[in-house]
Design a protein around this ligand. Structure first.
Ligand code: 13P
Ligand code: SF4
Length: 444
């Protein structure tokens, strides 16, 4: 089971099943990815490391499974699009985009598959995509090729009170092409758990001086919690600056939901592990900590992680260094500390891309982030030697839910006058989330 953390997580978090129907279980990315695995197995990331073919009895796949929200039917059914070939779908998407012109903006995260990202007007990491949504100009619809928390954030930013006033109250509709595109990490912290943790912490330490920081990979309710309690949102590209911001306003940080980003960033700022207790929301008392540990804390880390990035291991780094002298290790800060500490460079998806773009021909890299991005870098930089850091297929299966069929379906429904899969955050939650997001956008 070690190779199927998505499934393990699913079993530990039965609450996430609330919205699932049995037919949708069959439709979850895990099953689809198993089918696609035969193709993925051919990818160069394995070919470049053939001994793993021989030594691994069961090749493993690391994937995400997240809460699936109900999809809207739309005037035109999705079932009409699923049998179509990529060429036809691509042509229909391009024709639809032309018809809608500047009223439609397609945003794409770097982890999207190539066929989809080619149709994005703008691409970026989470921080850049938030900035783009906040300054969304003439568009009246954003189709977000990413995951649910990104679309929620885009809705909050594009429809803030200030932006609505500029457009005389006209809203920007934000669409997530497939409602199954969630984020298992975001699902690891529910608002009632965070509120319960806050109350328990308040029995031991002064929460007036505890600053909540939520990674952008979280539900809008958690962002609103941060807005209400003097806190802030961070992304992988500004986490250090955000934690510094927090320490100017309090003496402790409560960081959720990704323990790895919180730990890796804080370690670089001189905070030590003994000052960073991990809060387990399923533990009976104080998140599994003693009162002394909480009193001695500087950063309380939520016990959450990314199922994709946690599969990168220290032994992968050692093996690459042994077999490819001079190779540079480049990872995302969602990787565990053991990997982050050994890496040459750690940063957001944009930083990973910029680092490779700026490197000399012949540079050797082993990259620890989502498979689609690494394969795109390999394709775009044939002059460099790029390897995938793990023998495990680490793909964000929820990002992978966004395909050409769903994109064409959204666009053609839009033309037919129906907005499908609209993501609309409740006004009260949006208002307080906006406070925490505005602080994030001010911190570079
Ligand atoms: P970036 O903000 O670095 O693009 O990361 C988003 C993400 O979900 C990584 O897992
Ligand atoms: Fe969430 Fe991990 Fe996928 Fe990023 S890669 S969207 S953190 S599951």
């Amino acid at each position: 089971m070690a190779g199927f953390p998505g499934i393990c997580w699913f079993r530990r978090n039965p609450g996430s099943l609330e919205n699932l129907r049995s037919s949708e279980i069959i439709d979850v990315p895990f099953v689809q990815a198993l089918v696609k695995f035969r193709l993925l197995g051919k990818l160069a990331s394995f070919a470049c490391w053939p001994h793993f073919w021989k030594s691994t009895a069961f090749l493993e796949i690391s994937m995400t499974i997240a809460t699936i929200l109900p999809s809207s039917p739309g005037k035109l059914p999705i079932s009409d699009y699923k049998p179509l070939g990529n060429e036809e779908l691509s042509a229909r998407i391009s024709a639809g985009r032309e018809k809608l012109g500047k009223k439609l903006l397609i945003l794409g995260h770097h982890y999207q598959q190539d066929d989809v990202i080619e149709h994005a007007d703008l691409r970026g990491d989470s921080y850049q995509l938030s900035q783009l949504a906040a300054s969304s100009g003439e568009c009246r619809t954003i189709i977000f090729c990413g995951v649910h928390f990104m679309a929620e954030t885009a809705d909050i930013l594009a429809n803030s009170a200030a932006r609505l006033a500029e457009r005389n109250g006209e809203r920007v509709n934000v669409i997530l092409p497939d409602m199954a595109a969630g984020c298992s990490m975001a699902d690891m912290a529910a608002i009632r758990q965070v509120e319960a943790a806050w109350d328990q912490l308040g029995e031991v330490i002064d929460t007036e001086k505890l600053i909540p920081v939520t990674y952008i990979n979280s539900a809008a309710t958690l962002k609103a919690f941060c807005g209400r309690h003097g806190g802030i949102v961070c992304t992988s590209s500004n986490a250090a600056a955000v934690i510094e911001w927090a320490f100017k306003r309090g003496n402790r940080v409560f960081f959720f939901p990704d323990q790895h980003l919180g730990r890796n960033t804080s370690l670089k700022m001189g905070i030590v592990n003994a000052e960073m207790p991990v809060w387990d929301p399923y533990a009976d008392d104080l998140g599994g900590n003693t009162e002394d540990a909480i009193r001695a804390s500087r950063v309380v880390l939520w016990k959450g992680h990314c199922s994709v990035h946690q599969m990168f291991r220290a032994e992968h780094v050692h093996q690459f260094r042994e077999r490819h002298p001079g190779i540079k290790i480049l990872v995302h800060p969602e990787c565990p500390q053991e990997v982050n500490d050994l890496a040459d460079i750690s940063g957001s998806t944009s930083k990973i891309m910029k680092t490779v773009e700026a490197a000399e021909p012949g540079t050797k890299w082993a990259i620890g982030t989502e498979l689609h991005l690494v394969n795109r870098l390999k394709k775009d930089h044939p002059d460099q030697e790029i390897h995938f850091l793990s023998p495990v297929v680490c793909m964000c299966a929820t990002m992978y839910r966004i395909d050409l069929a769903h994109l064409a379906w959204c666009i053609e429904n839009l033309i037919a006058g129906s907005v499908v899969n609209e993501i609309e955050v409740e006004p009260e939650i949006a208002k307080y989330s906006m406070i925490a997001l505005e602080r994030m956008l001010e911190v570079k």
